[in-house]
Design a binder for this molecule. Sequence first.
Ligand SMILES: *Cc1c(COP(=O)(O)O)cnc(C)c1O
Length: 463
Amino acid sequence: MSRSAHPAGPRHADVLPEGHYSAPPADLNALDPKVWAQTVTRTPDGVVTVGGREVTELAEEFGTPAYFLDETDFRARARAWRTAFGHDADVFYAGKAFLSRAVVRWLHEEGLNLDVCSGGELATALSAGMPADRIAFHGNNKSTDEITKAIESGVGRIVLDSFQEIVRVAHIAESLGKRQRVQIRVTVGVEAHTHEFIATAHEDQKFGIALADGQAAEAVRRALALDGLELVGIHSHIGSQIFDMAGFEVAARRVVKLLAEVRDEHGVELPEIDLGGGLGIAYTSEDDPREPHEIAKALSEIVTRECEAARLGTPRISVEPGRAIVGPTAFTLYEVGTIKPLDGLRTYVSVDGGMSDNIRTALYDAEYSVALVSRASDAEPMLARVVGKHCESGDIVVRDAFLPADLAPGDLIAVPATGAYCRSMASNYNHALRPPVVAVRDGEARTIVRRETEEDLLRLDVG
Ligand SMILES: *Cc1c(COP(=O)(O)O)cnc(C)c1O
C-alpha cells in the first residue's frame, strides 16, 4: 500500500475485511480508560463528563461537532514523556499532530521542545513564546522563505532532508552571517506499522537521504565541509502508530553504524541521535500501547548497547512523539441526525460532521471507537456505522461499532482518541465550517481554536 508512507499513519492491522468486527462489548455504557482521556467519566445519571463538565452542557455552550481536549491529560502525558527521558534526552512534540498557541504554552511549561514542519507551524510556535532554540524545523521541501525565517529566528536545529537542502541551508545561513545547527535525516530501510516492521536496504518514499549506497555518508561529508552548517547529529523517523520496538532497534543499529563510519572517516563523534516519533496509541480496546517510561528505557538501552559495541560515546537521544501525547487527550462530540437501518447489514448513523473533521478513516482505514455520551442506555447493542454529512460514500467516521439500539436523533455520541491528526487535517469540504477545539480542565471549558464561521469562508473568497 503506497499511502502507507504517510507520517500520520496507516494501521495495516486494522484493515479488516468488510463485515468483520469483534463481538459487542459486555457493557455499552462502559468507557475504557485506555481510549478515553484521563478525566472522562460517566455520572450516575449516565451523562459523560470531561474535566468535570457534562457533555450535554458543553454541546449547548460550544455546539457540535467540536473537539474537547482534556488539558489535565495533555499535561500529564507531556510530563510523563519528559520525566521518562530525563535530563540526558530531549522530547520534541510533533506539532503537526495538533498545534495551537495554548498547546505551545503547555509544552513550554512542561519542559518539552517542539517540532515544526512549515512556516505556519513556526509562526504559531514563536507567537506563543516557545524559545526558538527549543524548536526543530522539518520537511522534505522547505521553501527559501521558510529556511530564512527559521534561521533568522534562531531555531535550535534544522533537519536536512536532501542534498539540495544541505547546500541551500548552508548558503542562506552564511548570507545571514550565521552558522545553523543541523541534523541529517536518513532513511534506514525500516518501514514500521503497528505490529510489524519490514527491514530493507532501501525505502521507497520521499523523506530523507538513504543510508544505502553510502548516500548518507556522502551527505555528512558535504555538510561537514560547509561553513554555514554545524552538523550535530543524525535523524531517523521510521513510521507511525508503532507498537513493536524491534523496528527502532534496527533503525538505531543502522544509525549508530553511520556514526562510527563518520568517526573513522572524519575523526568527529556527532553528539546527537534523533529516533523520531510514531509511537502507537489505543484507538480501540484491542490496542495495547506502551508507557513512555518503557519506551525510554528500551530506546536508551538499544542506543547504549549499539554505541558500546561500536566504541562510541553515547550520543544525546531525542524523540518526537506527536500522537502519543495529544491523540488520547481529545474526543469529537457529534449530534446524531439521520438513522438508517439496512436490514441484515448494519445501521447507518449520520452525524453533523464527518470526513471534514476526521479524514483518517477514509484516508488510512483507521479504526475508532464510539459511545453514546448524553445518556446511558440499557438497550441491546446494534451494529452501526457512523458516517458524516458529506457528499461522498467513503465519508465514514467509525466503520464498525456497536451503539445502543434505542439511539435517536438528537443524542450525542463521541469518538475518542481524536486529538491527533483530526483538527490538524480538517478541511472545508462541502464548505464545512471546521469545528472548534475546546480545552476543559477543573470544571472550566475554554475555546482554544474557535469554530469557523461563514464569514471566515467568505473572507477568503474574493469574488
Ligand atoms: C509525524 C512525525 C512525527 C510524529 O509522529 P507521531 O506518529 O505523531 O508520533 C515525528 N517526527 C517526524 C519527523 C514526523 O514526520
